[in-house]
Design a protein around this ligand. Structure first.
Ligand code: 5AD
Ligand code: SF4
Length: 443
């Protein structure tokens, strides 16, 4: 009987896609997906370390039943992958001695062999080496989503923002070839995917190693031209590399969604400098103006950190005023969390205090919630293109999809609509989604 695997994923889209790759590698090695933990012979925890709480999740998960409870001979092999694996390496064994395999962010392809060695030797195996190669065999990843496909275009980051652990967990920036990327896009479309999500830590820093003329806007153009691609999204661009050509690509390429996730991190130029972001508040506001001037319907979302070391009340007010001025369609905001191997951890004491960070985060949420609600209410009565991407698990005859601006719309509908783009009339607004009705549906 085939051995069975179960993967639990924490963290970003890149991690979700890495898990799809792990699943494919394991299936190539003869494993099958387990229905639940009780039948798993191998449990892989694919971890995130972007903030402290994300990293702690791993150890609390490892300490829980039934993983640890099965340390009696019948237990599954336990493997840890992802950013915590890379960051902690062998040290994971000190807190969780029953872990069998530790596989770093650049060693994913070694997973099946490491599992075999752990089983054969009865000893923990680990590989957190830095492999430069970012190619990945075509057709192996087991895509978990029927409508959207993640395609990694570059891995790692050279920017060293002061708060960010990613350069140390994901390594230096390495580009995939344009040929590999386009082949994967074609394969995803042939497998029925309608939306391509291009991934990279700084996605718009892309430069094809196999085509000197192909930078990120040119890659968007090439993906846009692949037959069958209906929507293209990308995450995350850095404001510093957002060129006029990128704006023109969003304006002109028919399949590129009118949505940009553009992390700002702080509204204070002084804090942006401490963060080593290499752009100012004014640069960002100019960029937003240019985007909205070129593409009036564009939706802009962002990431913002409160309580970075040295952030004064005045600096925080700058973040509040920036959020009020830009009116983001959506925002992800975080309390600063000191991470190992970062410039801030070495040089900048984490001095804002937990309560004050919580207060600032709540104040920011209040402002954003109001802006978002106004935007949602304004959408009621309008008609939008919605790509249906899921079937409700809770309500029968209900589906969900997204507008090109990335707003979730729930509507009555059928499973057969998955993957179709419909004209949907908006009839109501919730706090995190809209309600709609299909305006016209063919068969
Ligand atoms: N503390 C808090 N938030 C962080 N982020 C990255 N590093 C940290 C940190 N040390 C946030 C940034 C980034 C998002 C993915 O996570 O806003 O854009
Ligand atoms: Fe988490 Fe960043 Fe690693 Fe993604 S790249 S898993 S967000 S630490």
């Amino acid at each position: 009987m085939a051995r069975k695997y179960l993967i639990e994923t924490f963290g970003c889209q890149m991690n979700v896609h890495d898990s799809e790759r792990f699943a494919g590698l394991l299936e190539q090695a003869g494993y099958e997906a387990a229905a639940d933990l009780s039948e798993a012979d191998l449990v892989l925890l694919n971890t995130c370390s972007v903030r402290e709480r994300a990293a702690e999740k791993l150890f609390s998960r490892l300490g829980e039943d039934p993983i640890a409870a099965r340390v009696d001979g019948s237990r599954p092999v336990i493997a840890v992958a992802g950013c915590v694996a890379q960051q902690e390496g062998r040290a994971i064994l000190r807190r969780a001695p029953y872990v069998d395999v530790i596989v770093g962010t650049q060693a994913a392809r070694q997973l099946p062999a490491l599992v075999e060695q752990a089983l054969a030797s009865g000893r923990a195996q680990f590989d957190v080496d830095r492999y430069e190669d970012v190619s990945f065999p075509l057709g192996v990843a087991r895509r978990g989503d029927p409508v959207k496909a993640y395609v990694t275009i570059l891995e790692g980051c050279n920017d060293h923002c002061a708060y960010c652990v990613v350069p140390s967990t994901r390594g230096r920036e390495r580009m995939r070839s344009k040929a590999d990327i386009l082949a994967e896009v074609q394969e995803a479309v042939a497998g029925g995917r309608r939306e391509i999500q291009l991934l990279g830590q700084i996605v718009n820093d892309y430069q094809a190693p196999d085509d000197p003329a192909c930078d990120f806007p040119a890659l968007l153009e090439a993906v846009d031209a692949v037959r069958g691609v209906e929507r293209i999204r990308f995450a995350s661009p850095h404001p510093r590399h957002a060129s006029e050509r990128l704006i023109a690509a969003i304006r002109d390429l028919p399949h590129v969604c009118k949505h940009v996730h553009l992390p700002i991190q702080s509204g204070s130029t002084r804090v942006l400098q401490l963060m080593r972001r290499r752009h100012t508040r004014e640069d960002y506001l100019r960029l937003v103006d240019a985007l909205r001037h070129a593409v009036p319907a564009v939706a802009i979302s962002t990431d913002l950190i409160v309580g970075f070391p040295g952030e004064t009340l005045e600096d925080f007010e700058c973040s509040l005023s920036l959020v009020a001025a830009v009116r983001f369609e959506s925002m992800f905001s975080f309390k600063y969390s000191e991470r190992p191997n970062t410039l801030a951890a070495r040089r900048m004491p984490d001095d804002v205090g937990g309560e004050e960070k919580a207060r600032r985060l709540a104040a920011l949420h209040d402002v954003q919630r109001e802006i978002q609600m106004e935007g949602y209410r304004a959408a009621v009565g309008g008609v939008f293109d919605v790509l249906v991407d899921s079937v409700s698990r809770r309500r029968a005859q209900e589906v969900a999809g997204r507008t090109t601006g990335n707003v979730v719309v729930n509507l009555p509908g059928r499973r057969e609509w998955l993957g179709r783009t419909l004209r949907v009339r908006i009839v109501g607004a919730g706090s995190n989604s809209l309600r709609g009705e299909a305006a016209e549906v063919g068969d």
